[in-house]
Design a protein around this ligand. Sequence first.
Ligand code: ATP
Ligand code: MG
Length: 335
Amino acid sequence: MSSSAYGIDLGTSNIKICAKGSKEIFCQKNMIAIEGKGNLFAYGDDAHEMYEKAPGNIHISYPLMNGVIADINNMQTLIHCFMEEICGGNIRPADYYIAVPTDVTDVEKRAFYDLIKNANVKAKSVMVVEKAIADGLGLEIDVKNSQGVLVVDVGYDTTEISILSLGGIVVSRLIKVGGLKFDDAIRSAVRKEYSLIIGGKTAEKVKNELADMAYAEQPSVVYGRDIVSGLPVEREIPTDLVEEYLYEHFVTIIDNIKLILERTPPELAADIYRQGIYLTGGACQVSQLSQLISNGTNLKVNVAEHPVESVALGLGRIIEDDNYKSVAYLPGGAD
Ligand SMILES: Nc1ncnc2c1ncn2[C@@H]1O[C@H](COP(=O)(O)OP(=O)(O)OP(=O)(O)O)[C@@H](O)[C@H]1O
Ligand SMILES: [Mg+2]
C-alpha cells in the first residue's frame, strides 16, 4: 500500500482537507463548541449549526483569526477530531502538507507546522506551502513555468493578493477584507435602512444568494428583530441596496490589487496582462465583485470553478505529483 499523505487548508471559516488517492475534498466549518470549563460539545459543521443559538454556558468560536492561528489548543483539538473522522477512528502515520499565508510573520507560519506536529495525528513529516502557490496549482496553472500570475483569494477574514513567478512568490499582500466584512456590511445596511437586527448567518445567506436574486430581479427576504417594536418580523430587502453597502469593501480590494500591480516588476506584467487575474476563495463569488475588479484594472478576470476548494485541490496535486513537491518547504526553525 502506498504511504498516506494529507493536505490541509486551514481557512478561518472552512477547513478543507485532501487525502492522497482521493479526489474528494473534506470541508467543514472551522468551529468549535466548548461547554462549561472545557468539555468538547460539538465541532465543525455541527458547532456552526449551533452558532448564535446556543445558551450562555456553551462557547462557540473560530480558532483562527485573520488567517492565523489565534487559539492553538482548540485548533489542535479540531484537527484531531477531523482527522479521526476522515480516518474512520484509526489515524495512521502520514505526511502532511499545510497551506500558509505569505504575508504573515515567520513565527505565525511556524505555528501552522507546530500545530500539526502537536495535534496527535501521527505526522511523519510536515511541510508548508504558500497558499497562493497552492491556489495556482488548484486552478490548473503551470505555476513552475509561468512568469507572472496574479492570484486573488477572497476568503472569510482576509483577501490575499499575490504575484507568482517560476514557482515562487514575488509579492504578496494580506488585507483584512473578506466574506465576514461583506456580511457585516449587509447587517448594518438592514439595520440602518430598515431598523431591523439580523444575525450573521442571515446576512451570509443574503450575500450568498445576492447574485441569483439580482439576476431574478427579486428582493432578498430576511427575518430579524425590529429595533423599535422589539418583535420578530419579515422584510424584503432590495438587492441594489445591499450592493451599495458592499461597494466600499470591493473598492478596498480593487485598490490593493492596483497597488500590487504597481509594485510588480515590468517584465512580469506581460504575462499578467495576457492571462488576466485569477480570482478564487469562497467570497469571490459575491455578486458584482469579479466584474468590478475587471472594470477597475482593465484586466480579464478568471473566476475559479471551485473557489472554496482551490487551495486544497492544489495541495492534492502536490501530494500526487512529485514534480510539484519542490514548492513545499520546512518553515524556519523547524526540526
Ligand atoms: N455564493 C457565494 N457568494 C458569496 N460568498 C460566498 C458564497 N459561497 C461562500 N461564500 C463565502 O465564502 C467565505 C468562505 O470562503 P473560504 O472557505 O474560501 O474562506 P476561508 O478559507 O475559510 O477563509 P480565509 O482564507 O480568510 O482564512 C464565507 O464568507 C462565505 O460566506
Ligand atoms: Mg482560505
